[in-house]
Design a protein around this ligand. Sequence first.
Ligand SMILES: Nc1ncnc2c1ncn2[C@@H]1O[C@H](COP(=O)(O)OP(=O)(O)OP(=O)(O)O)[C@@H](O)[C@H]1O
Length: 269
Amino acid sequence: MTESPPATAPGLEALDVHVQAGSFPAVRGVSVHFPPGALSAVIGPNGAGKSTLLRACLGLSRPERGEVRLLGRPLGQWSRAQRSRLLAYLAQGEELPLGTTVRDMVALGRGAGTWRFGLLPRDPWGPEDEAAVEGALARTDTARFATRRLGELSGGERQRVALARALAAQPRFLLLDEPTNHLDLAYALDVMRYLRCEVAGGLGAVAVLHDLNLAARADHLVLLAQGRVLASGPPGAVLTPEHLHAAYGVWTRVVRDQERLIVIPEDGL
Ligand SMILES: Nc1ncnc2c1ncn2[C@@H]1O[C@H](COP(=O)(O)OP(=O)(O)OP(=O)(O)O)[C@@H](O)[C@H]1O
């Protein structure tokens, strides 16, 4: 495990954030700090408010109360352009343009646009843009199918391309909503490995995860239930049978295998 920067290093913070989704209070007084250079995972049952919290941290939904701060400054004090350079988002179930080539899709992360016949480069498009695209392709192992169209890829391969696009933007923080959803064991582990690598380079990664055994590999966990933080801290402090029972209503055994925690449901099945 990489050494996390001190929790006081300015990162992405929610301070007493309340978000109303329609008439429903989806996030209720949440305070969390996602540090740079660390992999944070947001866990919790369906409907706990994980996606809503992520969207509030990105400035995509406005809190009724409370504040989101990015690198020590309120989110609203950053311009839209600054925010889009600092924050990247890998949304859940995004529909990708199937006729676009992988390289063009990743170039979208640099602000390039697509047109009917291919990539429309951002003006000016420089060598640093080219290097960021090539680097993101290489680091997600998508360079080998860079010339193929998204429609010719499997769902898991497309998911990697979406990650490459987010990384090509070279954000300071990357927020991912269930990035391992629908991925097989090897692909899911690859995604965690890629995030680990980026985090070692200083990225602050925040991933909503349902697989608690993958989440156990993060540096920092936030357990949400009914819109509130039930526990936060290192995996060992959050993944306890008591916390998990309070959140999911399921008793578990949490065992340690060398450095790693493993959560085993006691479901009688
Ligand atoms: N537009 C909306 N109108 C009403 N309720 C909403 C709306 N959007 C979200 N909600 C409710 O807010 C709660 C939190 O939703 P959210 O999507 O943040 O949960 P989640 O933890 O990400 O869930 P999941 O793990 O199932 O994706 C849910 O109960 C959901 O039904």
